[in-house]
Design a protein around this ligand. Structure first.
Ligand code: AMP
Ligand code: MG
Length: 398
């Protein structure tokens, strides 16, 4: 049986990259860039005033001048305006072009501003190009500002917008269908009979995917009937790039998912991983690149498998630069006495000397999704391994 790391590697080898497409700048938020972007101008594009104050000639200051004739005001967005005489100053606003003839800005706090003059206070610290953001000091025109694989979060989107490209080459978003299976499951708005439960997995998966920027999601449910499962999966494969199933993947008499997938030509890459919970996880691909994750139905198993395997896979399919999850220290020692990798839900301590540390969160097993409320995610404990308090562990967040 594969270990979780082996399973993740096998998945990575079998994924098909999504095609790229052109996307208008206006709707590019959260998309993955598939081209390098270059600066169309220097950044900043001109010597830019970085504080509200006065602009002066530094040489004149060094020569001893402290009182300057007030020669005008230069606002941000105003055309450049040159210093008329060496004994004068121009009042300048943050974002304005540094007036030609000046090479220092003294902040408004360090001057006394009169009707027609400005006096520099003794406490002022004046330097050549002080409080000036020099042209090209951040980036030179033509330099790379973003590489393919960047996810357009706030900072990256600001950069993409700043170079003025009307559209960007980005990954096409994956179309994902999420399907639960099980005769015992009813829709959330249905009053369950005594032997039924309300289904929650598709909603948990939907939210997690939405939080990671996936918006082309379709939800469905299938009863434990081979024909219904096969036809439902066939339809979903037709309409989507990625299929995420929950339930019906174990060894029960009515677990029809593996058989249906086989009938539909989806190759089983692996079935079962040496882990707890979520051992019966099934992963497969079809020749046309359709990718299927069939997750065990227990709600905790489903979510853990989604975060551990499906999210990184989707990230790779979008061509996003892979990101190692962050690591955090344990608040207490932990022991995994099993021969399987153990995924353990954790809290992140919010206060006290152990603030930021991870603490195991007790659950009643893989069906106990209520216990997950408020947890930050889970950690992965290797088989038969002891972990001291303060050990650093990878944190998979929900
Ligand atoms: P299965 O993987 O189909 O054998 O299901 C394992 C357990 O998870 C069973 O107790 C199911 O009732 C439960 N389960 C499966 N799917 C869901 C779901 N969508 N919501 C809540 N519980 C589920
Ligand atoms: Mg079932």
């Amino acid at each position: 049986m594969l270990t979780p790391t082996q399973a993740a590697n096998v998945i990575a080898e079998r994924l098909t990259a999504l095609p790229s497409e052109s996307c208008p700048l206006e709707t590019s938020s959260g998309r993955v860039l598939r081209e390098n972007l270059f600066a169309d101008r220097d950044v900043p594009p001109f010597d830019r005033v970085a504080m509200d104050g006065i602009a002066i000639s530094y040489a004149e200051y060094v020569a001893g001048r402290r009182t300057y004739r007030h020669a005008g005001i230069v606002a941000a967005g105003a055309r450049p305006c040159a210093l008329p005489t060496i004994d004068s100053c121009l009042e300048v606003m943050t974002g304005a072009v540094l007036p030609p003839g000046t090479d220092a800005v003294i902040p408004v706090e360090d001057i006394q501003l009169n009707a027609d003059s400005a006096v520099v206070l003794d406490s002022a610290k004046v330097s050549a190009y002080g409080n000036v953001h020099r042209q090209g000091s951040d980036i030179i025109r033509g330099a790379t500002v973003l590489n393919a694989g960047a996810v357009l979060r706030g900072p990256e989107r600001a950069i993409a917008v700043s170079i003025g490209a009307p559209s960007l080459q980005v990954s096409r978003e994956p179309r994902i269908t999420i399907i639960s299976t099980g005769d015992e499951l009813v829709a959330p708005n249905v009053q369950p009979l005594a032997w039924q439960i309300r289904r929650s997995n598709t909603y948990a998966i939907e939210t997690t995917l939405q939080q990671h920027g996936y918006n082309h999601l379709a939800l469905g449910h299938l009863r434990d009937d081979l024909t219904e499962v096969r036809d439902g999966i066939a339809q979903a494969l037709h309409e989507s790039d990625v299929l995420i199933l929950s339930g019906g993947v174990s060894a029960g008499r009515f677990d029809y998912v593996p058989a249906a997938l086989k009938e539909l030509g989806v190759e089983c890459v692996f079935h079962k991983v040496a882990q707890r919970p979520g051992k019966p996880i099934w992963f497969g691909v079809r020749k046309d690149g359709k990718t299927v994750f069939a997750l065990p139905g227990n709600p905790v198993s489903t979510l853990i498998c989604l975060v551990r395997y499906v999210l990184p896979a989707l990230n790779q399919m979008r061509g996003a630069k892979s990101e190692t999850p962050c690591a955090a220290p344990l608040s207490h020692g932990l022991e995994n006495r099993h021969n399987l990798t153990l995924f353990m839900p954790v809290d992140r301590l919010q206060t006290g000397a152990q603030q930021g540390m991870l603490k195991a969160h007790a659950t009643h097993g893989s069906g106990d999704f209520v216990a997950l409320a408020g947890t930050v995610g889970f950690i992965e404990l290797a088989p038969n391994q002891h972990y001291e308090a303060a050990s650093l562990l990878t944190l998979y967040t929900w």
